[in-house]
Design a protein around this ligand. Structure first.
Ligand code: HEM
Length: 452
């Protein structure tokens, strides 16, 4: 990431995302929503969206704003919108969650918050699509990893449109039969587009570049990578085509099944490429973030195996919670937390030592972190994800809650590690250079711009 500039609000996106991750784990541990309550309960919708939008959504938006300019070597388009987007996404999520809490019967008069939250969220995601999409457009023709991000943006737009349609229908603000039909037939389309179409596809694209960079492996456009991108784009388009079918009242499951089959082939190609990147690496020892990426890709492969097993044994519908959990926490969260650990160190290093780079000796990025301490928390977290999946499959909600409690502790410990990195606690001689009036980076707000 040499020569990269810092997206000013990225640390704030990450801080908000971690706040929602901790909040969501606490709700799981308290037994709020699934698996203590049914999967379709409004309480489950609260937890699902705290994780989907609050944790993963904000994490991915923050990472894309920081990383896409690096991916295409162009500055971020309309960077001033980053704060507006963040505030809209947080406000929208809070309204949406209050709307779901109303549906659960905890208080009255909150139904209108569903569409209000949906609109705020659509606007927030719209700004992100505008910033990231504008950056990609300014760099045409874009490389292969960036094309994954472009496909992801299309899926994000479709996810948000479906979410707003559901919110409008549930609140009764607009009465239209096509919205009723979408709510009945479109839930799997919404979930596929969010978890696979947007998040997993973007994660594939960003991982290709990041892994090659961190492992010092050759950055080549493999034929398998092109095929993976093509398959994923076809899968996303198949689900988008299924939206009007669902709105017309027809069963759209065939479209989703076809898309899942195509996405599975693409995920296997991705895993094959990742194995090759690890094999061809010049950096022999694996840093913690690349160890976690390997664990995450392993979890993705396990999810595919679980999907096939559940489908063949006819238990997919009853065990869908375990599968979605494995994708969200084993694959996306482990990957996201691992990369976050590295990105926070990188951003902090660039913010603090950037002004004296090349003029004074500075520590290495690795000197800002303590991998020995963090690795036990990472592996504890990953172990608890495995225990949670087992608990869901064996229908043992108490074990699931216990695992969630330990996950909460592990994430809290990792947040402390990230805060230590921000505060340069692990650097032996923190001030980079005497006489240089360097600013200590704030914990999660942008460094104030100096007025001359
Ligand atoms: C504009 C943003 C979004 C809005 C307004 C929204 C809204 C909604 C609504 C109203 C429902 C309930 C539908 C029903 O009762 O049947 C729902 C379900 C769901 N949403 Fe979203 N959503 C948004 C974004 C996302 C994202 C980004 C993801 C995933 C990455 C996601 C994943 C899900 C899932 C998995 C369900 C089904 C949960 C269950 O059945 O328990 N949503 N969404």
């Amino acid at each position: 990431m040499t020569g990269a500039s810092i997206s000013r609000w990225t640390m704030s996106y990450f801080a908000a995302a971690l706040f929602f991750l901790l909040g969501g784990e606490a709700l799981f541990a308290a037994g709020f929503g699934f698996p203590v309550l049914p999967i379709e309960a409004p309480e489950t919708l609260v937890v699902v969206h705290i994780f989907a939008i609050g944790w993963l959504g904000l994490l991915f938006c923050g990472a894309l704003l920081q990383f896409v300019p690096v991916l295409v070597s162009k500055p971020l388009h309309a960077p001033d919108l980053a704060l507006h987007a963040l505030l809209l996404l947080i406000a929208g999520l809070l309204c949406l969650v209050c709307g779901f809490v109303h549906l659960a019967g905890y208080f009255d008069g909150g139904l209108v918050l569903l569409p209000v939250g949906g609109m705020f969220l659509a606007a927030g995601f719209g700004f992100v699509v505008y910033m990231v999409g504008g950056t990609l457009l300014s760099a045409r023709p874009i490389g292969l990893p960036a094309r994954f991000v472009a496909t992801g943006l299309v899926a994000l737009t479709a996810t948000a449109i479906l979410g707003v349609s559901f919110a409008l229908d549930l609140s009764g603000v607009i009465e239209a039969s096509f919205l009723d039909q979408l709510l009945v037939n479109g839930l799997s389309l919404h979930a596929f587009l969010g978890l696979i179409g947007w998040m997993s596809v973007s994660a594939f694209g960003v991982s290709y570049r990041m892994l090659a960079m961190f492992l010092l492996a050759p950055e080549i456009d493999r034929r398998t990578t092109s095929a993976a991108w093509l398959f994923l784009t076809v899968a996303v388009l198949a689900v988008i085509v299924a939206i009007p079918v669902a709105a017309y009242g027809l069963d759209a499951t065939a479209g989703v099944h076809a898309a899942i089959a195509i996405a599975i082939i693409a995920a296997c190609l991705f895993a094959y490429d990742v194995v090759n990147i690890y094999r061809q690496r010049k950096r022999r020892s694996l840093e913690l973030n690349t160890q976690m990426s390997a664990v995450a890709v392993g979890a993705l492969m396990l999810a595919i195996g679980l999907f096939l097993f559940l489908s063949l044994s006819g238990t997919l519908a009853s065990q869908i919670g375990a599968l979605v959990y494995l994708i969200a926490f084993g694959w996306l969260t482990v990957l996201g937390l691992g990369q976050l650990y590295k990105i926070v160190a990188f951003i902090t290093w660039l913010e603090y030592y950037g002004p004296v780079l090349g003029r004074k000796p500075v520590p290495r990025i690795q000197d800002l972190i303590n991998e020995r301490r963090a690795s036990s928390w990472f592996y504890l977290y990953a172990g608890c994800v495995a225990a949670s999946v087992l608990a869901l499959l064996l229908e043992m909600p108490l074990l699931f809650r216990l695992a969630a409690l330990i996950q909460l502790i592990a994430v809290a410990a990792l947040v402390i590690e990230l805060a230590r990195t921000r505060k340069l606690s692990y650097v032996a001689i923190a001030p980079a250079a005497d006489g240089e009036n360097l600013q200590h980076p704030p914990l999660f707000l942008p460094t104030p711009i100096k007025r001359k």
